[in-house]
Design a binder for this molecule. Structure first.
Ligand SMILES: Cc1cc2nc3c(=O)[nH]c(=O)nc-3n(C[C@H](O)[C@H](O)[C@H](O)COP(=O)(O)OP(=O)(O)OC[C@H]3O[C@@H](n4cnc5c(N)ncnc54)[C@H](O)[C@@H]3O)c2cc1C
Length: 493
């Protein structure tokens, strides 16, 4: 009888779930060890007073990536959850008016033309280019483990190097097509997911505009946690064993080889291979002795982090008239807030913010006549002063702004309210500098320039998740797990 090799995966976020399922599929005996009582990591959820709250991701973009994932296990997305396409995709509140971004492309072109003469034809040209980047990016770039430049020696990649716009920035790229400030901001918005200023983000990422405008914004009925449940189901069906409420305290190494991991409960899990799917910096600096770390503390301190965030989960006993599922409050200066995040690294004076209310689309998410509100303010990574007073201050700021736009003062309707920020990210996820979305996707932190998914010091230790290739976001995290499982399988069979 052939004995399956044993892999231990630390953490059950999207990347850990994905790595575990792919390893099990290729014959490994897999244990996933997770400190929380449920899988999902930053995408956990909770129920309170009849409200359901997804704790992290709320934008379901790139449905093709999810479909492909489940197809790899002979399943389909529709086996697990129903996807609803949102229309309008989202609303942007400006200072003096608002813009609903339609799902339908013809309606989107009309909106562009109405806002700026000639912009509809420009949108076609922009999207044609973005479609190319999306196709090449998804098929040829993101599935690379980033171990060597040789991985990118591909005819289409070399021929398309300039068309892929890796060396131009997306701010000027968008500026070449559109002049109206509102169109520019709308097109720059998806880049905010990538964690750097548009002027520091390669124009390659106009592929995100393609994802937004052409592929659409979707919602899994029942909430984003449906994705986690589905991935967990797939992993269990592949034979993966999950161990929840197990906080890993060390990776035990003998002669440069990881032999096992230990947990706070005094348990030990033996391994032929260990996959670190918790925050990379934490694994390196806390679970490993110094001599086994691939990167120094000064390396980490020089990384440019994506913004952190201040979040509020609020259940209110009223409906908010005309509210959409996703709303972006761009009613104050984009530039000032961006400078406070990336340049001054200060608490914002007048923050932009994002509001999601899944109860608008799905009645199961809140009691009848109520809304479940998720507010998110992006803030500079690693800020000091995450106090209750600061959190109260910003809650009043966004309540006032929501009242201005909708006429409803939610402070009079609160049934449940919870805030979540840096200190929670550190406590719950051991997040470096309390990061929410990992590293910024700048050119200097792309592909082979990201923290490596293979340990440089420990023979059989691998990393996956948003701090390594290909980067932050739900689709990249599940790709990350697949890439690492592929590397392990290639080496060990
Ligand atoms: C507020 C927020 C909003 C977001 N919005 C979106 C969005 O709309 N769309 C999108 O695509 N992406 C979004 N993202 C990004 C996306 O959620 C993340 O990139 C992705 O979930 C990261 O997955 P991961 O597996 O790398 O890490 P994680 O989800 O952090 O998983 C790591 C796991 O390791 C566990 N762990 C940590 N330490 C230990 C230990 N010592 N022992 C055992 N287990 C441990 C953690 O509990 C966790 O379960 C958002 C993120 C946040 C925080």
């Amino acid at each position: 009888m052939v004995v399956a090799k044993k892999a231990v995966v630390i953490g059950s976020g999207f990347a850990g779930l994905s790595a575990a399922a792919f390893l099990a599929k290729s014959g490994w005996d897999v244990d996933v060890v997770e400190k929380h009582d449920q899988p999902g990591g930053r995408a956990r959820h909770f129920h309170e007073h009849g409200f359901t709250f997804d704790m992290g991701p709320s934008w379901y973009w790139m449905p093709d990536v999810f479909e492909r994932y489940f197809n790899c296990f002979n399943a389909r997305v529709s086996d697990f959850y129903e996807l609803i396409r949102l229309d309008p995709s989202y609303r942007i509140y400006w200072d003096n008016d608002q813009m609903d971004v339609p799902a339908d492309y013809a309606a989107m072109k009309e909106l562009f033309e109405h806002t700026e003469r000639g912009a509809s034809a420009k949108l076609d040209a922009f999207m044609e280019e973005a479609a190319y980047k999306y196709r090449v990016g998804i098929n040829k770039l993101v599935f690379k483990p980033g171990q060597s430049l040789l991985e990118f020696l591909d005819k289409e990649l070399i021929a398309g190097l300039f068309k892929l716009d890796v060396f131009n920035d997306i701010k000027s790229h968008i500026g070449k097509y559109f002049k109206h400030p509102k169109l520019r901001q709308m097109m720059e918005f998806p880049v905010l997911f990538l964690g750097a200023l548009p002027e520091n983000t390669p124009a390659l990422y106009s592929l995100m505009n393609y994802a937004d405008v052409k592929l659409g914004t979707w919602f899994p009925k029942g909430g984003m946690y449906k994705i986690v449940e589905a991935m967990h189901r797939v992993a269990v069906d592949q034979g993966v064993k999950f161990h929840f409420n197990e906080d890993v305290t060390s990776i035990n190494i003998q002669n440069g080889v990881a032999k096992s991991i230990s947990t706070k409960n005094g348990n030990q899990f033996n391994a032929d291979v260990v996959v670190g799917a918790a925050d990379y910096h934490f694994i390196e600096t806390t679970l490993l002795e110094e001599k086994y770390r691939s990167y120094s503390e000064s390396y980490w301190n020089k990384r440019e982090m994506a913004p952190g965030c201040l979040i509020y989960y609020v259940g209110v006993n009223t409906k908010i008239p005309s509210l959409l599922h996703h709303s972006l409050f761009f009613d104050v200066s984009f530039q000032h807030h961006a400078d406070e995040i990336y340049v001054d690294k200060a608490w914002p004076k007048e923050p932009l913010f994002y509001l999601s209310a899944t109860s608008v689309t799905d009645e199961s998410q809140a009691p009848h006549g109520s809304e479940n509100l998720f507010f998110l303010i992006p803030i500079a990574a690693g800020l000091d002063g995450d106090t209750e007073e600061v959190r109260d201050h910003y809650f009043n700021v966004l309540s006032d702004r929501l009242m201005q736009k909708t006429g409803v003062d939610i402070r009079n309707h609160i049934v449940f309210k919870k805030s979540y920020s840096y200190s929670n990210f550190i406590e719950d996820y051991n997040a470096f500098k309390g990061n929410a979305y990992g590293l910024a996707n700048t050119l200097m932190q792309t592909a082979i320039l990201k923290p490596s998914c293979v340990s440089k010091k420990v023979n059989n230790l691998y990393y996956t998740g948003q701090l390594t290739v290909p980067g932050p976001g739900v689709p990249p995290s599940l790709i990350s797990g697949e890439v690492v499982a592929g590397l392990i399988h290639k080496k060990y069979g």
